[in-house]
Design a protein around this ligand. Structure first.
Ligand code: DX5
Ligand code: ZN
Length: 218
């Protein structure tokens, strides 16, 4: 599996020194940075904004992968694109016309994708994927809202289903990723691995990124 990418989640970086966290992840060999946006409505927590994406854009040159945990993402698409994100992910459970928003993101030249909560069935992604509107499917392996939770193994059935159906679409996994769960998720077809607390708690992040990549490639 040569196409594994590691995406550190800067949610786990020290809030007051987020730019340092971004640079640290890039220096450690990260392929992309994952930016978690929470609206205190779709999830019971609040985090970051388009300004954070702008800060990350200035801090590093690797692509930015922005995950909108927002109830009404349709009102916030443009500011995140203007701030320089490379990928924008919306949740299928959000109160919006997903097809329309995915087209809007694509038309602005940014990669567009969808996210599924742990209980949301694979079927919720089919119509959007079959319509060619999805470049990345993110499967949550925790209930979104907080870093540092444990990986929910039951999501693997859904990941395997989506990988089988859509071999050409990026399949990312987010929540509770460490060497062991990365190996397990990759075996089900995940090729984009988001990791927050596991990577940011390391003294040597570069070695940890290499270890995670190796675990997923085996
Ligand atoms: C959870 C976020 C995740 C989070 C992952 O709501 O979407 O991206 O940062 O954190 P860890 O890797 O600590 O589970
Ligand atoms: Zn995320």
């Amino acid at each position: 599996r040569p196409d594994i990418q590691i995406m550190p989640s800067i949610l786990a970086a020290d809030e007051g020194r987020r730019a340092d966290g971004c640079r640290r992840a890039e220096a450690a060999g990260a392929d992309q940075l994952h930016v978690d946006i929470m609206d205190a409505r779709f999830v019971p927590n609040l985090s970051m904004s388009p300004a954070t994406v702008g800060m990350a854009r200035e801090a590093v040159s690797i692509p930015l992968n922005t995950h909108l945990m927002m109830m009404e993402p349709q009102h916030h698409i443009d500011p995140f694109i203007d701030a320089g994100t490379d990928t924008l992910l919306i949740h299928v459970e959000a109160r919006c016309d997903c097809a329309r928003e995915l087209k809007r993101i694509r038309d602005r030249g940014v990669k567009q994708g969808i996210t599924l909560n742990p209980e949301t069935p694979a079927e919720s992604a089919y119509a959007l994927c079959d319509a060619g509107l999805v470049e990345e499917i993110l499967c949550m392996t925790v209930h979104p809202g907080f870093g540092g939770q444990s990986y929910l193994e039951y999501v693997e059935t859904k990941m395997a289903d989506l990988r089988r159906r859509y071999p050409g679409i990026g399949l990312s996994v987010d929540g509770g990723i460490n060497d062991e769960t990365a190996a397990s998720a990759a075996a089900c077809g995940a090729n984009l691995l988001v990791a927050g607390s596991h990577l940011f708690k390391q003294d040597d992040m570069q070695t940890a990124v290499e270890r995670l990549r190796r675990a997923a490639q085996e």
